[in-house]
Design a protein around this ligand. Sequence first.
Ligand code: NAD
Length: 420
Amino acid sequence: MNNESFGSAPVRVIVIGAGNRAQKYLEYARRFPERLRPVAVADLNGQRRRSLARAFSLPERACFARYEELLAAEIDADMVLVTTPDGVHYDPAVRAIRAGYHVLLEKPIAQRWDECLEIARLAREQGVLVGVCHVLRYHPYFTKIRQLVASGELGDIVSINHTVSVGLDRMTHSYVRGAFRRTRESNPILLAKCCHDIDFLLWLTGKRCRRLSSFGALRWFRAANAPEGSAERCIDCPVEPTCPFSARDLYYVRRDWVDNFDIPEGGTLDDAILRELRAGPYGRCVFRCDNDVADHQIVALEMEDRSTISLTMDAFTKDDFRKTCIRLTGGEIDGDERRLRVRRFRPADERLYDFSEVLGQPFHAGADLRLLEDFLQSVRDPSRPLLAGIDDALESHRVCYAAEESRMTGRTVDLRTEER
Ligand SMILES: NC(=O)c1ccc[n+]([C@@H]2O[C@H](COP(=O)([O-])OP(=O)(O)OC[C@H]3O[C@@H](n4cnc5c(N)ncnc54)[C@H](O)[C@@H]3O)[C@@H](O)[C@H]2O)c1
C-alpha cells in the first residue's frame, strides 16, 4: 500500500487488551506511524498498559484498566482493536460498535453462536466494519492454495483431507495449562485452535456445509493418568526427568513458549520462568490442571455440492503444522506448509512450490501485518470489501459450534435448516 492510497492522517486506533496479539498488530504502527496511531489503551495488567503507553507516547488520561471506562470516554478514534482473551470479545466489541467505531476483532468472534450473530447484526445496524483476524487468508502459503483452486485449472474439489498438528508443546502450554484450557472461559478447542482451519477450508471451497459429524474427547490430560509418584508441579516432581510434558524442560531448559511470561520490572526472563514453575499455572503437572477441552478431535463435513472435508486435530505429535490434501476432478494438491505439490491429471504435469523460507517468519509470515493493512484500507474506504470480514467468519464459526454440538451429542448436525 502506498501512502497516497492511505490518506493524509494516520488511522487512530484504541487498543483493548495490550497482550501478545496486540503487540503483533502494533508492529504496523511502529513501522508506519504515518498510517496507524494508537490513541488509547485498556488493559487490566498495569505493566502491559504502561509498556504500550510508553511505546506510543500515550498520555495518562488515555490509559485505562477497564475497557468499559475507555469506551464510555468518547475518545476521538477511528477503530478499536479487540485483542483480549476469548471470554472478553463479545462485550467490548458490542460496546465499541455501539459507540460507532470500526472494530478489528481477534478470533473467535465470541463464545456463543448467538453472540456472533448479534455482533454481525449490530455492525450492519451501525454501519461499521468488523474484521475478524483470520490471518491464514493473508498468509503466502495458504493464499497460494486458494489461488490454485480458484483458478479452476484443476477442476472442482471432490474432497479435502486436512490435518492440524497442534504439537505437544503448544497443546500443553495453551490447552492444558494455559488460557485456552477450559471451554467456559475460552471456547471449545475447535474454535480456539481450528476456526482458522475451518475458515480456510470454507474459503477454498466457496461452498456452505450441509451436515457434519464430529468425535473427540479429553483422552489423556486428566488426573486418572498421572504417573505414580508424580507431584503437583514439575519443579518438584521425581518423574519429571522422563516426562514428555515437563514444564521445566519446556520453559526452563528449552526456553520455548516463554514469550507471554511477563518479566517483572527490573527482573529477568529466568525470574519470570521460575516464578511460573513455582507458583504459576504454567508450572503445573499436566495431569493435575483444571482443563476440560478435548485433546484430539475429528470433524467430517458434507458440503452443499456433495464434496467432503475431513479435519483432524492431533496433539500427540512433535509436528506443529498443517497438512492439506485436496482432490479435484482434474488434479491434486498436497501441502505441509513447507512444500506444495500440484499434479494435474491430463495433460499430466507436476509442480512444486517451496515455502520453507516463509515458514517460521515472524508475524505469521507477515500475514498479521497484511491483515491489518487490509482493514485500514477499508476503514479509509468502507465500501471496499474486506478479505476477512465478519460475514465470512460467521460461516466458519457456525460450523465450529455445530461440530461441538455433534461431538457432545454424538449426532450428525444438519445445517441446511439453520438460518443465519
Ligand atoms: N489470529 C491469531 O492467529 C491468534 C493467535 C493467538 C491468539 N489469538 C487470539 O487473540 C486473543 C488474545 O490473545 P493473546 O495471546 O494476545 O492473549 P494475551 O493474554 O497475551 O493478551 C490479552 C490481554 O488482555 C488483557 N485483558 C484481559 N481481560 C481484560 C479486560 N477485561 N479488560 C482489559 N484487558 C483485559 C490481559 O491483561 C492481556 O494483556 C485471544 O482471543 C486469542 O484466541 C489469535
